[in-house]
Design a protein around this ligand. Structure first.
Ligand code: PMP
Length: 458
């Protein structure tokens, strides 16, 4: 069928016929009145949809657009690079932009993390970290170390290795068998700490798992600074110090998955800098270019590079370190620095906290937690007992009401129930106090209405 691609009704029909959206129940849009939200433009912290309606992007479009939308300098940096050298691989050749970016990342990264292995996104960065961890031990004659410990509910990507580390059974079951050697320990869900558990128990669980598996079989532990899936799980005091000690004691590497937590999300370039720990590997993507173009990177310490100083690491991707992506990442870093966006994130942090905490009088709000510009509201049916919802209530609340209503009333955020139900908020670093005020008013009216409606449905 011939579509008129300038006509929004035709675009809707064509999307239903031909587009396969990620992590999306396409069936929702085939029903009467089911319209796919279509975003056509962006400016600062705002997105404009196909009806011309402005929506406040309180999620940086999936934790991505840290410097905000519509920055022409980014488009110019890409255009300049395309005119000079549109493409070159990093297989056997180098090119100036990748070298400049690698050097800048080495300066920004903590400790002796000095090597940048570029990828096209987060999952490829995690995949590279899995392979480097195994190859590092193998090169040192320690090839039995193949296991990697991750945390329950954590999301590390959808390629087979990264998926195996992902602690969400619902995402894995159809694709089994997983990569051998992926193990999981509890995440730091302090709001729902099991009876008898103490905060120290979370790091202890990692040591227990290393001992259970056999220390000489464990290659690495992978953790996010603040875990996204489940809703901004913060580490308890001393957690990362203890994890670092445990890793050192058993010769296990520590991978910090900062696909989300880097590039100012927690108020510093890297999340581990905000939380004060030194990983052996950092994996990141998304905000490295503010997602004006896809890019990821695995950053590794000198220690990990050492076995490969003379030998080749047999691993790579055609598009790793793409010149246009590298030029855009350099411009992104320049904007973050020149516009003081890390400082802005730190200034907004207490204001975000205060705004979200003020919603606690709404019976639906069970917990509010986060750091920097990375926050979650956990929803409950009873604040006192922290009780959740029946499956029907939860389906209605998240997919039948909140997702649509929050969008209709003007904000983009994420209602997620991969763990207990949460609303996730991660605005661009250019967020203003007025933006926080608007976000809060929409959250308040929508959550109050959701609670009223839920009472009628009981
Ligand atoms: N790790 C973490 C912590 C993530 O949040 C994500 C994506 N949300 C990934 C890995 C995978 O990144 P990508 O979708 O770019 O492959």
């Amino acid at each position: 069928m011939a579509w008129d691609m300038d006509n929004m009704d035709d675009l809707q029909l064509a999307a239903r016929e031909h587009l396969w959206m990620h992590f999306t129940r396409m069936g929702n849009y085939s029903k009467e009145g089911g319209e796919i939200p279509m975003i056509v433009r962006g400016e600062g912290a705002w997105l404009i949809d196909s009806h011309g309606d402005r929506k406040l992007d309180c999620l940086s479009t999936l934790f991505c657009v840290n410097i905000g939308h519509g920055r022409h300098e980014m488009a110019e940096a890409a255009a300049e690079q395309m005119k000079e050298l549109e493409f070159c691989t990093l297989w056997s050749y180098a090119h100036p932009r990748a070298v400049q970016l690698a050097s800048q990342l080495a300066q920004l990264a903590p400790g002796d993390i000095n090597r940048a292995f570029f990828t096209s996104g987060g999952a490829e960065a995690v995949e590279s970290a899995i392979k480097l961890a195994r190859a590092y031990h193998y090169a040192r004659g320690d090839g039995k170390r193949i296991k990697i410990i991750a945390r329950e509910l954590a999301y590390h990507g959808t390629t087979m290795g990264a998926l195996s580390l992902t602690g969400l059974p619902g995402l894995k079951v159809p694709f089994e068998p997983s990569m051998p050697g992926a193990c999981h320990v509890p995440n730091t869900n302090l709001y729902r700490m099991p009876p008898g558990m103490r905060e120290e128990g979370y790091a202890q669980a990692i040591e227990d798992r290393i001992l259970f598996e056999g220390p000489d079989s464990v290659a690495a532990v992978i953790l996010e600074p603040v875990q996204n899936a489940g809703g901004c799980f913060l580490p308890p005091d001393g957690y990362f110090d203890r994890v670092r000690e445990i890793c050192d004691q058993y010769g296990v590497l520590l991978i910090s998955d900062e696909t989300i937590c880097a590039w100012g999300r927690l108020g510093e370039i890297f999340g581990c800098q905000r939380l004060g720990y030194q990983p052996d590997i950092i994996t990141t993507a998304k905000g490295i270019t503010s997602s004006y173009i896809p890019m990821g990177v695995m950053l590794a310490s000198e220690k990990l590079y050492e076995p490969f100083r003379e030998a080749m690491l047999p691993h790579g991707f055609t598009f790793g370190g793409h010149p246009v992506a590298s030029a855009v990442a350099l411009k992104n870093l320049q904007i973050i620095e020149e516009e003081g966006l890390l400082e802005n994130a730190r200034r907004r942090e207490p204001e975000m906290k205060h705004a979200l905490e003020s919603l606690r009088d709404i019976p639906l709000v069970g917990d509010v937690r986060g750091l920097g510009l990375f926050w979650a509201i956990e929803l409950v049916s009873d604040q006192e007992s922290k009780a959740g919802f029946t499956p029907e209530q939860q389906e209605w609340l998240l997919r039948g009401f909140l997702s649509e209503e929050l969008y209709k009333r003007g904000i983009i955020c994420r209602a997620d129930d991969r763990g207990d139900p949460v609303i996730q908020l991660a605005p661009p670093l250019v967020f203003t106090p007025e933006d926080i005020g608007f976000m809060k008013s929409v959250l308040r009216s929508t959550l109050e209405d959701a609670w009223q409606e839920l009472q009628k449905r009981r």
